[in-house]
Structures are given as C-alpha cells and as structure tokens.
Design a protein around this ligand. Structure first.
Ligand code: MTE
Length: 312
C-alpha cells in the first residue's frame, strides 16, 4: 500500500520450499484440489472443532487452484490498526476481544437491526468458498474462506429503493490498536449496492474450516474477490446503506492511488507500479493478472458502459 511496493517483498517473505511441499501434502491428504460439492473429511472435522455452526458445504463458486498454506495466509497480513509490517497483525491482533461483538445495520433500510455476532453467523448456511485474493501490492493468495453471501444479511434489513451504496466501518479500539494516524480510523470501505448483493460477495467468518484468526479480520470480514484486497474490510462493526458514495480509508489517504471501485485491472497501473503481473505467495515467478481477478464472466456486466480507467 503506501508503505511497501511489490519490489520491496523480500525473498524471506516468500514461502520457502518446505512450506510449499507441505501445501502439496495437505492437498493430497485433504483432496481439496477439485472444487466439488461434497464435504471433505477435514472440513467436517474442522467445523466440528471450531465452534462454527456446521456442516460447511463446499461452494461451486470456488476456484480449483492450489491453496495458499494456512500459515502464509495467517502470518502475511495487512491490518494497519495492528501495525504496518506484514507480521505485525499476527503478533498484535490477539489483544482484540471478538466476543461480545455486535454489528449494527442501518441507514436506508426498512428494518434496521443490531445483530449479535453469534446470531449473525447462523443467518445463512455457511459455505467454504475458495477465492483468489489479489492485493494492490501485486501479490496474491488462494484462500479457503468460510462464510455466507452478504446479500443474505442485507435482505434481513429490507434495503429501501433509495439505497445505492453500502458503507462498512470496522472496529477502532485505541486501547488495543495503533494510535498512530496511519489512516483515518476507523477503517472504512464501501461498495455499490449491486456489488454488495452480487452472489460472489462474501461475509467471511472463517478460513481453512476454522473460525477467522483475529489478524484476518475476526469475527466478520468482507471478501470481494474481483476487487483489490483492501476492499475486504476486517472486523466489521457497522454496515450503513446510503444514497451517496461513501468515503473509504484508502481513498481518503491517497485518492490518486486508490479509487472507490478498485476492481482488479491489469490495464490500469498503480501510479507507482504496474498491475500487469502478480506474485502468488509461494511462487518464484510472477504470473499475469487477470481482469477482475479472473471473475470477469460473473461481474464485468456490473460495469457496462463505465470507463474503468476513470473509475479505477
Ligand atoms: N481492514 C482493516 N480494518 N484494516 C486494514 O488495514 N487492510 C486491507 C484489508 N482489510 C485492512 C483491512 C488490505 S490492504 C488487505 S490486502 C486485506 O485486508 C488483507 O487481508 P489479509 O491480511 O487477511 O490477507
């Protein structure tokens, strides 16, 4: 983001070969290389042990690509409230209390409501969704999220016809989080309502069959797989429907670098680096970045007639 450029990623930050071998072993054992509908044995076991309401079905919306190892997903993180180094969130986010936790949903809705998190995670059947995550810093991962569609939550509050956007506000607790003004706290993100209602847009409550680790945004985070990773607000406490495009933390910090839409687009470079390629965590060579992070067939129609160079 503002701090690190893709070229600043040290070789030591890239998955070593033994972890890579571990990943292959996991895939063989778990039989997770193909996205099927069946519940794999490890998924059942993890769901039972994690306290997530199970069973967790495997979503057909998943990619069949190789998973990034759990230890990379949980140790190479961006969560600036806990520090700006990739390892800071794993070291510091344990201080955040994720129970009790409520999420207020209000604004232009017929039935505003404050949900307790334990009620919220039972609103809709949980699914395992394996998505590519493409960070604006030009690295990517493949993450087996556990969650439910955001649309299931929004339908509970009856969005009004005048609602056009959704604003997400995340926890800011200076007792356990950074007091440095790195970004305008609390962290905010936003989507257009049709993006928010899209079947790919996920509220994640877990990964790898287990509850979300704090550093990955416990107890509830947004995942929008065709947008850069910073759209996926972590540790959400408030969701507000509005008729105006909301301000977002990164757009406030550097409007020329981080737009509201932030769709993954290999043709629109970040002003300080190319977005044409990405390094999959664990790989040595870069691979081409795909328009909409490979989800163009499902989402390109949301932007028909828009100039995506202007609306970056
Ligand atoms: N959410 C909050 N509250 N604070 C943050 O700093 N960072 C964003 C996003 N959500 C961030 C956040 C960025 S820049 C990215 S790339 C993703 O979280 C990273 O998610 P991960 O660490 O789980 O891979």
């Amino acid at each position: 983001m503002l701090i690190k450029r893709p070229d600043d990623i040290l070789p030591s930050e890239i998955t070593p070969p033994e972890v890579y071998a571990d990943r292959r072993r996991f895939l063989q054992v778990a039989g997770l290389s193909a996205a099927g509908l069946a519940l794999s044995q490890p998924t059942r076991l993890l769901a039972a042990q994690s306290g997530l309401p199970g069973p967790i079905a495997k979503s057909p919306l998943s990619t069949a690509e190789e998973l990034t190892p759990r230890k990379d997903i949980t140790s190479y993180c961006n969560f600036y409230e806990f520090g700006t180094d990739k390892s800071d969130p794993a070291a510091n986010a344990g201080r955040m209390q994720t129970r009790p936790w409520t999420v207020k949903v209000d604004g232009l809705v017929g039935k505003p409501k404050t949900f307790d998190i334990d009620e919220l995670i039972k609103l809709a059947p949980l699914e395992e969704r394996i998505y590519r995550l493409r960070c604006v810093e030009a690295w990517s991962m493949v993450v087996p999220w556990v969650g439910f569609p955001l649309s299931a939550l929004l339908k509970q509050v009856d969005p009004l016809g005048s609602a056009k956007y959704v604003e997400f506000t995340t926890l800011y607790d200076p007792k356990v989080m950074s007091r440095l003004p790195v970004l305008n706290w609390p962290y905010k993100e936003g989507l257009r309502l049709d993006e928010a209602m899209h079947p790919l847009t996920l509220m994640a409550v877990g990964l790898y069959g287990d509850v979300l680790p704090n550093q990955n945004g416990a107890p509830l985070r947004l995942v929008v797989p065709w947008k850069y990773g910073f759209k996926s607000a972590k540790s959400i406490v408030h969701i507000r429907l509005t008729d105006k495009q909301p301000n977002t933390a990164w757009n406030d910090a550097a409007p020329s670098e981080y737009g509201f839409y932030s769709n993954v687009n290999p043709d629109v470079n970040h002003p300080r680096w190319s977005q044409a390629k990405e390094r999959r965590i664990g790989d040595f060579l870069k691979r081409p970045t795909l328009p909409f992070n490979g989800y163009a067939d499902q989402v390109a129609s949301l932007y028909t007639g828009m100039d995506l160079k202007k609306n970056f």
